[in-house]
Write a protein that binds this ligand. Structure first.
Ligand SMILES: [Zn+2]
Length: 146
């Protein structure tokens, strides 16, 4: 199975003062989220204030990138720019307890199972940004380093 680490033509994210840290971390191959400094709730997508306690104080925490498939949908129409064929939009329940909307490629959506393990990887975009994306973890029994 070919897993391209480069893509082109996908809709670019809006990067502003609230989201810049996230995209800079993605370019460094790190999945991060905001953590409220007051009540310690993780949140994603990034925003200026905590939805739980309304504090404006937050810090960045690095996440493991491991989680499970919480939900997914397959977008057949309209076509999504930058994807070959239908786009598979996934909601991943990260092991730290927050959820993350992303996508998967190179997988038959008919084989996806709610609750199956997924892991993040990073796809560089020709346009100069990096997208976190999810895939099934490599089989641990192969014994072959990748
Ligand atoms: Zn809070």
């Amino acid at each position: 199975m070919t897993r391209s680490a480069v893509a082109q033509g996908r809709p670019a994210p809006v990067i502003n003062g609230d989201t810049e840290f996230f995209w800079e971390a993605a370019a460094d191959r790190k999945l991060v989220a905001q953590c409220c400094s007051a009540c310690r709730v993780l949140r994603h997508p990034p925003g200026p204030a905590c939805p739980q306690c309304h504090s404006f104080d937050w810090e960045v925490v690095e996440l493991s990138g491991r989680g499970t498939l919480f939900s997914f949908t397959v977008v057949h129409h309209p076509p999504v720019p930058g994807f070959d064929g239908p786009a598979i939009v996934v909601v991943v329940e990260l092991e730290e307890g927050t959820r993350f909307v992303s996508n998967m490629t190179d997988v038959d959506p008919d084989t996806l199972k709610i609750g199956e393990p997924l892991e993040v990887f990073f796809v560089d975009q020709v346009e100069g940004w990096t997208a976190p994306q999810f895939r099934r973890p490599a089989e641990p029994s192969s014994g072959v380093a990748t």
